[in-house]
Design a protein around this ligand. Structure first.
Ligand SMILES: *Cc1c(COP(=O)(O)O)cnc(C)c1O
Length: 386
């Protein structure tokens, strides 16, 4: 007798919408009725809410997480001739933004266990042209900000946190974006706090940066039709802000649900005998997988739950054949991308990033997953290894 098996998408936003649809529909309608679409009270309310959530003074709503990085770099006066340190194992927008302001990305490999920048390798690449470090809090866990801020202080560098995947992530009880000079957030629908389209925010404790950021997101304009700077159209819509204002109060609950899902995965994979530690990556995983870890003094928000598998591509095929979603973040480290060849890096320069690109696989982790769905994911993976 064949039993019907539950299918598990990588991400399904519909249950979240269903739970909040009354409020969300009302918020969207209110914007429609006001016909007030650009910036305005919904945006200001959301900026204050996010700044408060990140324990910083100022929030400046922008059009996307990528634009947040671009205006942050512009506000800090970073451009041609300047070098900015980050990692090659991140979403394209991190390195793309550095190139788009005319600066030069200088890449540093990641740690295998957290996928975040290996702070022990930063000082070796600092030159007299280095202006800033962009630590990326990948998958929802923060890079080692104590070490990064110490290096930054010693070398007089600026720190821009790419917290696109890490709103609400914490280190030593302090939230992401409260460590650097400027923090950058994304409200792309797949992030823990996602809008009904693109959106982002730049947050800072510094009032001068905040006023420059506000000018830059609106063509460098202040007052109206007078332009002390050349900015761009990087504004956040009232419609997105209205949606995000409804969602923000639920964010901590969603983080907790993701964390519960992560701990159920850990328990079930361990019970199935499949878990290996990141140390085993060098010697071989012998028919097992490496599970993500939460470092001490960190609060991981699991925007993604990313494992390592030696047979990653075959595992992915097997999961898709069994209606279990998964995705590769990211299949090619950025120093190997065609558009970044001009940076002069080559294959082999960042072995941990390259290995992550060839072995990593993201499993479903969104808050509305049921226990049955998580059990099914583990069952399908265990079935692959047996
Ligand atoms: C999503 C993301 C961005 C870009 O955000 P968008 O809103 O999609 O432009 C930047 N950096 C990282 C690490 C991201 O995950």
């Amino acid at each position: 007798m064949s039993e019907s098996k539950v299918s598990v998408p990588l991400l399904d936003l519909k249950p979240q919408y269903a739970a909040l649809s009354d409020e969300l529909d009302k918020a969207v309608l209110a914007v429609a009725r006001s016909q007030y679409f650009i910036l305005g009270p919904e945006v200001e309310c959301f900026e204050a809410g996010v700044a408060d959530y990140c324990a910083v003074e100022h929030g400046v709503g922008v059009s996307s997480g990528t634009d947040a990085l671009i205006v942050a770099l512009m506000a800090l006066g970073i451009g041609p001739g300047d070098e900015v340190i980050t990692t090659p194992y991140t979403f394209f927008g991190t390195v793309g933004s550095i190139v788009r302001v005319g600066a030069t990305p200088v890449l540093v490999d990641i740690e295998p266990d957290t996928f975040n920048i290996d702070v022990s390798k930063i000082e070796a690449v600092i030159t007299d042209k280095t202006r800033a470090i962009i630590p990326v809090h990948l998958f929802g866990q923060m890079a080692d900000m104590r070490a990064i801020n110490q290096i930054a202080r010693e070398h007089d560098l600026l720190v821009i946190e790419d917290a696109a995947q890490a709103i609400g992530s914490k280190q030593n009880d302090r939230p992401a974006c409260s460590f650097g000079h400027i923090g950058c957030l994304s409200f792309f629908p797949t992030k823990n706090l996602g809008g009904f389209g693109d959106g982002g925010m730049v947050v800072t404790d510094d009032a001068d940066y905040a006023s420059i950021l506000r000018q830059l997101r609106n063509h460098g304009m202040e007052p109206k039709y007078y332009h002390p700077r050349v900015g761009g159209n990087f504004r956040l819509d009232a419609l997105q802000a209205a949606v995000l204002n409804v969602k923000l109060p639920h964010l901590n609950t969603w983080h907790e649900q993701r964390r519960e899902n992560a701990s159920l995965y850990n328990k079930l994979f361990k019970a199935a005998g499949l878990n290996r530690t990141a140390d085993a990556l060098d010697s071989g995983l012998s028919n097992g997988i490496v599970l993500p870890i939460e470092k001490e003094n960190n609060y991981h928000i699991y925007n993604q739950f990313v494992i390592y598998s030696e047979q990653r591509d075959a595992l992915m095929e097997h999961m898709k054949a069994n209606n279990v979603g998964c995705e590769i973040y990211y299949p090619l480290a950025l120093h190997e991308q065609e558009c970044f060849r001009l940076l002069g890096y080559k294959k082999g320069d960042f072995p941990n990033s390259e290995r992550a690109a060839s072995m990593s696989l993201a499993l479903p982790i969104y808050p509305d997953l049921t226990t049955e769905m998580i059990e099914r994911v583990v069952e399908v993976i265990a079935d692959f290894y047996n």
